[in-house]
Design a protein around this ligand. Structure first.
Ligand code: RFL
Ligand code: PHB
Length: 388
């Protein structure tokens, strides 16, 4: 098989990139290890920045997001028994949209299939060859048969555990990493939203987050031991923990309902540089991870591939590699800002096992500054909506 761009991974990064390339008349093949049903059912992100929505809308895949996504003009920070609203729109002129990542995936898959895009599911044994030549190739197994794609470029959109980053030449690479030592316990709940806006809560027992998915499904999280197991948490124990962490003086309570999914994720920050070598480029979680507190992961994946699509378009249309060569620098500028913000939100809102009493008081004081100072609230809001 021969194509212009071989893309590994059909997450938001890989699917959107293949669609943006298609819109520019560039051919791509996407290789995905899971089934279509699996990728369309994986529950992950929920918050889309305006810039992400603009990219999806301009690519013609935003109709359902516009119809079904919920526009949020603020978020709440809860601590010390009180809830404080950060008015995102008043402070920045922008808003965010809550629309589940797996719905974005469904929209992108539908668009790719409608355009007869080449999307191969259930591939295995993906191996990259010749990425430092102008004729790279990808070997893999599909439907029990060995196959190979010859391409001009290979793009690793295969997430944190993928094969593309390990295939990068080791020389000159630098990885930056921070493990937080805690995780998030996430539940999906059949019930009406408890709040019109997301609530980020700091409590001595640990962080909690109230988010939504649809008018009948809530997404709730609480800080936990990443080595804990969902089976240790009965529904009653989960509700007791959430009520304890979300306690407040005005009598507001999170709505209970049937819990139909539980999962635990670890929290880490990670950046691998450079994001390119020869004809191999990395995008999204394959190159960087943020803790979910800042809601930035999918937004970064989308902005990476928007840059790559521009670079590839310039290459094929004008024969210039200038933008492609500047990809790492352009992407990392935004990536590091998101790394900073996600680290800061995480530090502000979680309990740290090794925190001294002094550090705990400073953390509480910082939260008071954020809700009390328009300048600090604006800084949070600008970062949260992706205003700069
Ligand atoms: P993905 O989504 O991990 O997709 C990678 C795809 O590659 C496939 N793959 C392979 N295919 C072929 N061969 C191989 N060897 C392969 N290895 C892997 C995988 O099967 C998969 O389909 O990466 P991508 O596209 O870079 O997208 C990144 C986002 O998914 C991620 O950053 C976000 O989900 C992060 N995130 C959030 N981001 C936001 O912008 N807003 C949020 O509100 C938000 N909340 C979250 C989140 C992530 C979470 N988890 C579960 C980590 C909340 C949570 C709980
Ligand atoms: C979510 O709804 O899954 C979500 C929302 C905000 C975050 C992280 C996750 O910061």
């Amino acid at each position: 098989m021969r194509t212009q761009v071989a893309i590994i991974g059909a997450g938001p990064a890989g699917l959107l990139l293949s669609h943006l390339l298609h819109l520019n008349g560039i051919e791509a093949i996407v290789l995905e290890s899971r089934t279509q049903a699996e990728i369309e059912a994986t529950i992950r992100a929920g918050v889309l920045e305006q810039g992400t929505m603009d990219i999806l809308n301009n690519a013609g895949v935003g109709a359902r997001m516009q119809a079904e996504g919920a526009l949020h003009h603020g978020i709440e920070l809860a601590f010390g028994g009180q809830r404080h609203r950060i008015d995102l729109t008043e402070l920045t002129g922008k808003a965010i949209t809550v629309y589940p990542q797996h719905e974005v995936i469904k929209d992108l898959v539908a668009a790719r299939l409608a355009a007869q895009g080449q999307l191969l599911f259930e591939v295995s044994g993906v191996q990259l060859h010749g990425v430092d030549t102008t004729t790279p190739s990808v070997a893999f197994v599909h439907r029990g048969e060995a196959a190979r794609i010859e391409a001009d470029f290979v793009i690793g959109c295969d997430g944190y555990h993928g094969v593309a980053r390990p295939a990068m030449p080791g020389q000159g690479r630098q990885d930056f990493k921070r493990d937080y030592g805690f995780g998030w316990f996430g539940v999906l709940v059949e019930s009406a939203p408890s709040s019109d806006e997301l609530i980020y809560a700091r409590h001595e027992r640990g962080f909690a987050l109230v988010s939504t998915r649809t008018p009948t499904v809530q997404r709730l999280y609480f800080q936990c031991d990443p080595a804990d197991h969902v089976d240790n948490w009965s529904d009653d124990r989960i509700w007791a923990e959430l009520h304890a962490r979300l306690e407040n003086d005005d009598g507001w309570r999170v709505n209970e309902g049937r819990i139909f999914q539980k999962n635990i994720i670890g929290m880490r920050s990670f950046v691998s540089t450079p994001m390119q070598s020869g004809r191999l480029f990395l995008a999204g979680d394959a190159a960087h991870i943020v803790p979910p507190t800042g809601a930035k992961g999918m937004n970064l994946a989308v902005s990476d591939v928007a840059l790559l699509a521009q670079g590839l378009e310039q290459f094929y249309r004008r024969g210039s590699e200038e933008r492609l060569q500047g990809y790492t620098a352009a992407a990392l500028k935004r990536v590091w800002r998101a790394e900073y913000f996600s680290w800061w939100m995480t530090s502000l809102l979680h309990t740290f096992a090794d925190a001294t009493p002094f550090q705990r008081e400073v953390q509480r004081a910082e939260l008071e500054c954020v809700v009390g100072s328009r300048a600090m609230a604006t800084a949070l809001a600008e970062n949260y909506v992706g205003a700069f």
